[in-house]
Design a protein around this ligand. Structure first.
Ligand SMILES: C[S@@+](CC[C@H](N)C(=O)[O-])C[C@H]1O[C@@H](n2cnc3c(N)ncnc32)[C@H](O)[C@@H]1O
Length: 504
């Protein structure tokens, strides 16, 4: 839909009207990062920060979260109907609905017969038209993610957004005033509008110490840096304040930055914010894990496990590694090993002959319930704990070898997919310079992600090779494989008669 915009030069006027105070800082257009906040003068900072040193202060009533949406619904009966029909599922869902209404009000206020304007109606007009998060990449641009951990995640997110948008359309169409407002008047709201609102929310929401997950106008103009100069907090007046970090020097024209978190992986940063900062992203990735296609228990295992099966891969921190080795290594650039976890892989690799059993129990009310048994013990509530459960099995090492082989195979397949899909040349995008620039940004970011994930996968596979070799040397495994080999060579003897050579 058509979306009016406001120049960032008008932000001070909006801030003044809405009691947001800026002290010696201003919002400007930065190079390559959209808007950002810079210092207007050299700041003489002490090691103490308090309210007097706040660079930006935002009144509590501008903070947008589930509680604020609820307050808004008390004043606007029309919105109450909409919120009760669609909202109350999560903070995000309520805020997105509110933003949708504000976006529509902002684009055709004269026609509005429902919905009350609010400071956010105008503030939305300052926000960027697009965010480079992959849900807003074109289908062609998303091919750049082939083989990365984001390939499946972005497709799943787009499907989820599609289902969510259908629900919003269906429920709001039942309310005549909203049906007219959202879907009939002028250019109706589109799926792209919905994806854009989701992207704005994801890339701009903050975790406030008291108010929780919230959007805060103006504070959301601050960019990220690995070594930030500021942080946000809530003060005794319930304002959200931007404070300089103690001991950090800020000169005139310096950009003021905060940290968006250092525990997020490169994929998570790209997914949520549309950029990757290798200096502050965690070296980790998450991949989906599919059960064996020929496992007759696959469905029961999935139901009993209760969540989407995954493999988490993460480089262990240097300190962790040093602690583990209890040595005092002084090779600062040496990276720690890459470890993995996958609770489902352990469940996936055990079968009836190992002691796994599924039973369907009829309850007194007639309902049927799937129960999981391991070695005769009911472990229905511990399906995520099979790594520990198999440790006491006489063939524990054999079962572990299966798991390690499965995980290594999945990571190897991912690495091959990553290596086999090349990144097309950005110059291939012809025409409009803005489209060309955007394509270059997507190619650059996807290339960074691909390099980071390739290295993590290679190191994880190498680590798994070590684990596999250690397990192959285990005496129980040697004995088990010896028996299996003997059985198979007996079988091979029978099968040998089927070899084409024998017919010759
Ligand atoms: C909370 S907003 C910050 C203000 C934003 N730059 C704007 O124009 O409104 C977060 C977005 O800013 C951009 N951004 C923030 N830090 C960045 C960085 N270090 N490098 C590149 N882009 C960054 C990304 O587009 C991100 O989604």
């Amino acid at each position: 839909m058509y979306r009016p915009t406001l120049s960032i030069q008008s932000l001070p006027a909006w801030a003044h009207l809405n009691d947001v105070s800026f002290h010696n800082v201003k919002v400007i257009n930065t190079k390559g990062k959209g808007y950002g906040v810079v210092s207007d003068e050299d700041l003489n900072l002490t090691n103490e920060t308090n309210d007097a040193s706040a660079l930006i202060a935002v009144p509590h009533d501008l903070v947008l979260n589930a509680a604020a949406v609820e307050e808004y619904a008390k004043e606007d009966k029309g919105f109450r109907l909409l919120l009760d029909a669609i909202g109350h599922r999560s903070t995000r869902a309520d805020v997105l609905l509110f933003l949708l209404v504000q976006m529509v009000l902002g684009s055709r206020p004269s026609h509005a017969n429902v919905g009350l304007s609010n400071p956010w109606t105008e503030y939305l007009k300052f926000l960027p038209e697009t965010v480079l998060v992959p849900t807003l990449w074109t289908e062609e641009e998303r091919l750049l993610l082939r083989g990365t951990s984001l390939e499946a995640a972005v497709n799943a997110k787009i499907s989820a957004l599609d289902a969510e948008f259908d629900l919003v359309r269906e429920k709001s169409s039942d309310i005549i005033a909203w049906n007219d407002m959202l879907w009939m008047e002028g250019v109706p709201v589109s799926f792209t509008d919905w994806i854009r609102l989701d992207a704005l929310y994801r890339s701009r929401c903050l975790e406030l110490p008291r108010s929780g997950e919230s959007m805060v106008p103006c504070i959301d103009m601050i960019n990220h840096a690995a070594t930030p100069s500021a942080y946000y907090d809530e003060n005794t007046k319930d304002e959200v304040v931007l404070l300089p970090r103690p001991g950090v020097g800020i000169s005139k024209d310096d950009e003021i930055t905060i940290s968006y978190g250092d525990a997020k992986s490169a994929a998570e940063m790209l997914f949520s914010y549309g950029f990757i900062d290798p200096a502050s992203s965690a070296e980790s990735l998450v991949l989906p894990l599919n059960p064996f296609p020929d496992d007759p228990l696959a469905k029961a295992k999935l139901v009993a496990f209760g969540e989407a099966p995954k493999i988490h891969v993460a480089r262990q921190g240097r300190e962790e590694k040093e602690k583990e080795e209890s040595g005092n290594s002084s090779t600062p650039n040496k990276k720690g090993p890459v470890g993995w976890t996958s609770p489902f892989a352990h469940l996936m690799c055990v079968n009836e002959e190992d002691g796994l059993e599924f039973r369907v129990l009829q309850q007194t009310d007639g309902a049927r319930q799937l129960r999981v048994f391991w070695q005769e013990e009911d472990v229905t509530d511990r399906t995520g704990d099979f790594e520990a459960l198999i440790r006491t099995h006489p063939l524990a090492a054999v079962l572990s070898l299966r798991v390690v082989t499965v995980v290594q195979g999945a990571l190897q397949a991912q690495l091959e997919r990553l290596a086999s899909s090349t990144v097309p040349d950005a110059a291939a995008a012809a025409g409009d310079p803005a489209v060309q620039q955007r394509r270059e940004d997507c190619v650059r970011t996807a290339t960074v992600l691909r390099e980071i994930e390739t290295k993590i996968l290679e190191d994880a596979i190498e680590g798994l090779e070590g684990e596999k070799n250690a397990l192959l040397a285990d005496k129980n495994v040697v004995a088990y494989l010896g028996l299996t080999e003997a059985a198979e060579s007996g079988l091979a003897g029978d099968e040998a008669s089927n070899e084409p050579d024998d017919f010759s």
